[in-house]
Design a binder for this molecule. Structure first.
Ligand code: NAD
Length: 369
């Protein structure tokens, strides 16, 4: 049994607390069946924190996030906060958490569940069995590079500048995450950049190749230009196992890959930091969807992305592979037996509420106990 692991839960706004409530039930099941014992704390974040504290995340919450083994996050934001300045918008909490935790590798699995093969925008034969992992560097590159800004030119017109910049260290650390992941999957990594037109892309390609040759000779590495990768994802996505790329290309390609799988309500993510000398790493887990204000409070949200994010937490932060796989298998069975929330095409089937989806999942988990 795994003991004494600490988790900070930050449900956030909109459907965040609704889907987190179902993830809590799964954590309860893990504890009740003596698979693990966790110390769980919960705090406000996003608009919920703005309402109470006037800021999207307090210093006390940040301290907790830095001290726990893993953070499980829901979603933040809502139209009532859209007029606030950027520094106190709910989304500022997310940026602060990522930055201060130093989590640089965003893992976005794109997996097609058999029962949902018809929900994809691609033909079923192209996506049946699809299981790819996109590793995106998420605290560097053009979103953070300097110089940046908008300046006024002498003739009164303007010039907008952003800078794509990557160092050897930044490329190697995200590369290691991708190669390590590949070793636990099919041992294939595709590194994506624009080495044909960007020096930072050329350095990315050379560094990935050198890293593979020096430390991961058992892993097959290929290189692909980002535009070609977008085409290949739409044409033959099953050719990929792990894709590793920078911030901008990863942002776009991971959304493209997500849509191959059907609903937003099914997609988890993990964001990992570096492993320190004691073997610990900061890690942050969240569904890729937002706070869905259009359905918040109605009991319609699909909790599976949040629950699958918890499965990633168990796998990557606590090494609880068996339990992570049990949760994923239970999700597969719930879908196979017709469990559908409102976001998943249902062909005349009854729609489950958020809590009913939680019930169905726990019933499947109980069978695997
Ligand atoms: P969204 O992901 O919240 O919703 C997009 C659409 O998908 C909506 O129709 C919504 O009802 C549906 N949807 C999303 N998750 C669902 C689920 N679990 N079950 C069923 N349906 C689901 O994106 P949006 O509408 O662009 O943004 C709404 C708010 O969320 C904004 O304030 C935005 O800034 C914020 N946001 C936050 C995050 C985050 O916290 N990481 C991410 C994206 C958007």
């Amino acid at each position: 049994m795994i003991a004494n692991k600490t988790i900070l839960m930050l449900p956030g706004d909109g459907i965040g607390p609704e889907v987190m409530a179902q993830a809590k039930r799964v954590l309860g099941w893990l504890q009740d069946t003596k698979r693990a014992s966790f110390t769980i704390t919960e705090d406000l974040v996003g608009g919920a924190a703005v309402d109470v504290h006037g800021v999207p995340i307090t210093e006390a919450t940040m301290e907790k996030a830095l001290s726990v083994d893993a953070v499980l996050f829901g979603a933040v934001g809502g139209p009532q906060y859209d007029k606030l300045s950027f520094d106190i918008r709910p989304e500022a909490a997310l940026l602060r958490l990522r930055k201060d935790l130093g989590v640089f590798a965003n893992l976005r699995p794109a997996k097609v569940f058999d029962a949902l093969v018809d929900s994809s925008s691609l033909k079923p034969e192209l996506v049946r069995g699809l299981d790819i992992m996109i590793v995106r560097e998420c605290i560097g590159g053009v979103y953070f590079g300097e110089p940046r800004g908008i300046e006024t030119l002498p003739d009164g017109t303007k010039r907008g500048v952003n800078t794509e910049v990557y160092t050897t260290m930044e490329i190697e650390r995200v590369g290691r995450v991708a190669f390590e992941l590949a070793r636990k999957r099919n041992n294939i990594v595709c590194s994506v950049e624009k080495a044909n037109v960007m020096e930072s892309g050329l350095l990315w390609r050379q560094t990935m190749q050198a890293l593979r040759d020096a430390e991961y000779p058992d892993v097959t590495l290929s290189h692909m230009y980002a535009d070609n990768c977008a085409m290949q994802l739409a044409k033959n996505p099953k050719q990929f196992d792990v894709i590793v790329t920078g911030n901008l290309f990863g942002d776009i390609l991971s959304d493209l890959a997500a849509m191959l799988t059907g609903s937003l309500g099914m997609l988890p993510s993990a964001t990992l930091g570096a492993v320190d000398a004691s073997g610990r790493r900061h890690a942050f887990y969240e569904p890729i969807h937002g706070s869905a204000p259009d359905i918040a409070g109605k009991g319609l949200a699909n909790p599976l992305a949040q629950i699958l994010s918890l499965a990633l937490l168990l796998r990557y932060s606590f090494d609880m592979e068996e339990d992570a796989a049990a949760i994923e298998a239970a999700v597969e069975r719930v879908l196979a037996t017709g469990g559908r929330t409102a976001d998943i095409p249902a062909e005349g089937r009854e729609r489950l509420s958020t809590a009913q989806m939680g019930d169905a999942l726990l019933a499947e988990l109980a069978k695997s106990a």
